[in-house]
Design a protein around this ligand. Structure first.
Ligand SMILES: Cc1cc2nc3c(=O)[nH]c(=O)nc-3n(C[C@H](O)[C@H](O)[C@H](O)COP(=O)(O)OP(=O)(O)OC[C@H]3O[C@@H](n4cnc5c(N)ncnc54)[C@H](O)[C@@H]3O)c2cc1C
Length: 375
């Protein structure tokens, strides 16, 4: 049985500190940004000035994205602002396939602008009728007169309202292809929303007879799924980083509250089950962090080969974050449920993490298959 051990390398400790500084400087804006349904200009400027996006975006064929670097940055961002975290991560997720297998012209046109946050990238997999079961998509692409024609509707696409392009998964004959679709061309309509319990820059992308040049296909015809898999394998573990950061921030709030408020002549932190709750939160966060760092390191060496570790980390950290933040709200009593408070925002932000980047039940099902596969 494999076991994990871990020490965070000095370079990654430095990156995490650098990202913490960036997040701390915009902490004052987090409430506004996390309620926004379009890209927040303050967060965008701060992220641009930080230069950190270059960690998430692969700009050349010989470059690699280091999942541990992305993970520690998301840990720092996730504890402060879901909006900042998502803006950072999606530049990488939306452009990864383009960087790996896109045409040279499209790479030259878009990737430097993605790194500079002058072009917002998006990845369009989900459809109104299709979530986890991606092979059931109905969006199509067909070659016609030296061009590609794309028809369909992509749904719940992060950053769609602000996106310069969407990397779209579409059926091509009996297979599936990825196509780079700029949002500003005829036939593309973006509809914002819906409103979520944790607001998010999200929207539907309607594709109505959209014509793009033949070199807008990313990779070979019919070869979308290996690219989608590579994208998910590189970035999934970073969701765990974000969840660890969020859980830590919730615990920090609860510690500050329970050590400063007194009831029955002593601090809350000494009352009834609250010490156990605090200790359990800390233990679960450190467990999740250890697995997350270890999985991200493995993903760096072989993203697809380590996908089961990334999935485990994503499930463990997002489920832990949900438990931790719920306990923290409870420990803070009525102050934990005040709209606009930090803990209330963290509570809401924790919820979607168990659904996106692979629903946790889907990932657990895949882990069970890996575990029980005959050797
Ligand atoms: C905030 C947010 C941002 C998003 N951003 C993007 C984006 O940028 N691009 C994009 O393409 N999509 C995006 N999505 C969509 C996301 O990828 C889907 O929500 C996700 O794939 C799950 O699909 P679904 O919501 O349709 O749930 P369903 O697939 O309908 O699943 C519903 C429930 O059933 C469980 N389930 C489904 N299949 C199985 C199975 N085989 N075994 C066990 N359990 C199963 C799921 O885990 C879930 O609990 C985003 C979603 C959210 C919430």
């Amino acid at each position: 049985m494999e076991t994990v051990t871990f020490d965070l390398p000095a370079r990654h400790q430095e990156l995490r500190e650098r990202a913490r500084k960036v997040a701390d400087d915009v902490r004052w804006r987090a409430g506004v940004a996390d309620a926004a349904t379009d890209v927040d200009p303050v967060m965008r400027d701060a992220l641009r000035a930080s230069g950190l996006v270059e960690l998430a975006v692969r700009t050349g064929a010989d470059e690699v994205v280091d999942p541990l670097a992305v993970t520690v940055v998301r840990e720092a961002f996730g504890g402060v602002s879901a909006h900042l975290d998502s803006l950072f991560a999606m530049q990488g997720i939306g452009s990864y396939a383009l960087a790996v297998a896109g045409g040279a012209r499209a790479q030259r046109e878009w990737l430097p602008r993605v790194v500079a946050l002058d072009a917002i990238a998006a990845l369009g997999l989900t459809e109104p009728g299709v979530g986890s079961d991606l092979k059931a998509i109905t969006t199509t692409v067909r070659a016609e007169g030296g061009e590609l024609v794309v028809d369909g509707r992509k749904s719940f696409i992060t950053n769609a309202p602000a996106a310069a392009f969407v990397t779209v998964l579409a059926k091509e004959g009996d297979g599936y292809s990825l196509v780079l679709v700029p949002t500003g061309i005829p036939g593309v309509t973006v509809e914002s929303g819906p409103d979520l319990i944790a607001p998010h820059v999200i929207g539907d992308v309607v594709l109505d007879g959209v014509r793009v040049p033949a070199d807008a296909r990313v990779g070979e015809p019919g070869q979308a799924f290996p690219l989608v898999l590579q994208t998910l394998a590189t970035f999934r573990v970073s969701v765990a980083g974000s969840a660890v950061g969020l859980a830590q921030a919730a615990l920090d709030e609860a510690v500050a509250h329970t050590t400063s408020r007194e009831q029955f002549g002593t601090t809350l932190a000494r009352l009834g089950p609250l010490p156990q709750m605090l200790g359990t939160c800390w233990t679960e966060i450190e467990q999740a962090r250890l697995l997350t760092y270890a999985a991200a390191t493995r993903a760096g060496a072989d993203p697809v080969g380590a996908l089961h570790w990334s999935s485990m980390a994503k499930v463990a950290a997002t489920e832990a974050a949900a438990r931790v933040v719920d306990r923290c709200v409870q420990m803070m009593g009525r102050f934990g449920i005040v709209t606009g408070s930090t803990i209330e925002r963290l509570y809401r932000n924790a919820r979607p993490m168990r659904i996106y980047e692979g629903g946790n039940e889907v990932l657990l099902g895949q882990l069970a298959k890996t575990l029980t596969r005959p050797t």
